[in-house]
Design a protein around this ligand. Structure first.
Ligand SMILES: O=C(O)C1=C[C@@H](OP(=O)(O)O)[C@@H](O)[C@H](O)C1
Ligand SMILES: C=C(OP(=O)(O)O)C(=O)O
Length: 438
């Protein structure tokens, strides 16, 4: 939380004096790092993560696993290989207290791990974590044999009374409010006595690429997973019980955190290169190549990385973002600077993210003179000439980076609490000013 006064200070968002031309090395993926940590902790032998993301969300994940008995050693590899974490699995145990902060991955992926531990594990976090939905995970775990004490709201705080093992088996979950419910149950699935069969029952399921990421990463450590994409029933995933391998994994750059830098090339008619952009990935940020091309840029994926070149024109877009919801704040910022209106659809669940992102984007862009309206499942954005002002961030890293995009083009934008970017990208202000050659 923003207990340090410096956290709530105003950061004058740098204004671009011309076309941006830069190469930006983006830190590792939050989603990959936190899945890799969980899978390595559940493995039957030590494993390595190279170039892990070190940010609030991933340090909370590492701290939580350590609290349950897992060894995590940090070091720096030989030239060019960067930092690494060595994860040494051990018997999971309580009593432990876990701070989830406001990390969806920690609050959802770890209760199943705690159910496998021996002893009570208490979960608590930022005030916002009490509001983010966890009911799918709580109810499903009870069905699978776990004992949980909560206050009946389907959210934190709670205590999982781990019994050292979990029966597992079939379970239904409505994951329309967060794909992380499904990922959470699958990740611990191989360690359940009967494995798991997870059936999503809701009308919609957001963030499918993140579920594919879970399935791919499980398979990479030796788990057997049947998924709708591998010929299984729609909305059903089956994980067979079995030991997981310790692997040596290099974490890809976080493509969703590459978004503001790519947007900088787009809105200034410049050129930004992101090295190590993977040729094949489950990260939702890969959709930016298509989305930012439709909005006026051109993308070239080379062996070195991704090059986005802006044309000088920025176009509005009508797009369903349900698969890639976390890209919405950055796309909304670019859309507010476009030459035609935009409609962003399929993201009602963003009201339950770090903050109510639909309300926050509407309010903050409109306070700079914009014309944004909330719809039932997204935003309608009509570009208008914007003016400077304070852009509030509601402790949401992606609000801060969205405000920075606007500040490139609009003079005198001040971002409140830019330090909130530490959730997934602690070096954001330095990377941003470095990109601008400041
Ligand atoms: O599993 C993951 O790593 C994530 C899944 C998505 O969550 P929701 O499905 O709750 O949107 C995404 O928005 C979040 O940033 C990361
Ligand atoms: C929704 C997000 O995070 P979380 O993992 O906390 O859900 C996000 O990073 O945009």
């Amino acid at each position: 939380m923003a207990s340090n006064p410096a956290d709530t200070a105003l950061w004058p968002a740098p204004h671009a004096r011309g076309a941006v031309d830069a190469t930006v090395h983006v830190p590792g993926s939050k989603s990959v790092t936190n899945r890799a940590l969980v899978l390595a902790a559940l493995a039957s032998e030590p494993g390595w993560l190279r170039r892990p993301l070190r940010s609030r969300d991933t340090l909370l994940m590492a701290g939580a696993l350590r609290a349950m008995g897992i060894g995590i050693e940090e070091g720096v590899g030989p030239d060019g290989t960067g930092e690494f974490w060595r994860v040494i699995p051990a018997g999971l145990r309580g009593p432990a207290t876990i701070d989830v902060g406001n990390a969806g991955t920690v609050m959802r992926f770890l209760p199943p791990v705690a159910a496998l531990a021996d002893g009570p594990v208490r979960f608590d976090g930022d005030p916002r974590s009490y509001e983010r939905p966890l009911n799918g995970v709580i109810d499903a775990l009870r069905t699978l044999g776990a004992r949980i004490d909560d206050d009946g709201r389907g959210a934190l705080p709670l205590t999982v009374h781990g019994g050292g093992a979990l029966d597992g088996g079939p379970v239904s979950v409505d994951a329309s409010s967060s794909s992380q419910f499904v990922s959470a149950l699958l990740l611990s699935g191989p360690r359940c006595n009967q494995g798991v069969e997870v059936r999503h029952t809701g009308a919609t399921l957001p963030s499918m690429p993140h579920i594919r990421m879970t399935v791919d990463m499980l398979r990479a450590v030796g788990a057997q997973v049947d998924s709708p994409e591998s010929g299984g029933e729609p909305n059903v995933w089956r994980v067979t019980p079995g030991a997981l391998l310790g692997r040596d994994l290099t974490v890809e750059p976080d493509l969703s955190n590459a978004q503001p830098f790519l947007a900088a090339a787009l809105v200034t008619g410049g050129r930004v290169v992101i090295p190590d952009w993977p040729a094949r990935t489950t990260q939702p940020g890969d959709r930016l190549r298509e989305i930012f091309t439709e909005m006026g840029g051109s993308c070239e994926l080379t062996d070195y990385g991704l090059v986005l070149t802006g044309s000088g024109a920025v176009h509005g877009i009508d797009v369903d973002l349900s698969e890639v919801g976390e890209l919405t704040p950055g796309i909304a910022a670019v859309a507010a600077l476009a030459d035609s209106p935009s409609t962003l659809r399929g993201v009602a669940h963003l009201r339950l993210h770090e903050t109510d992102r639909l309300a926050a984007l509407t309010k903050e862009i409109n306070e700079l003179g914009g014309d944004v309206t909330e719809t039932a499942d997204g935003l309608r954005i009509r570009p208008r000439r914007l003016h400077g002002g304070i852009f509030h961030t509601y402790e949401d890293h992606r609000m801060a980076t969205a405000g920075a995009i606007l500040g490139l083009v609009v003079e005198d934008v001040q971002i409140e609490n830019v330090a909130t970017t530490a959730k997934t990208m602690p070096d954001f202000p330095e990377l941003w000013t470095g990109m601008l050659g400041a």
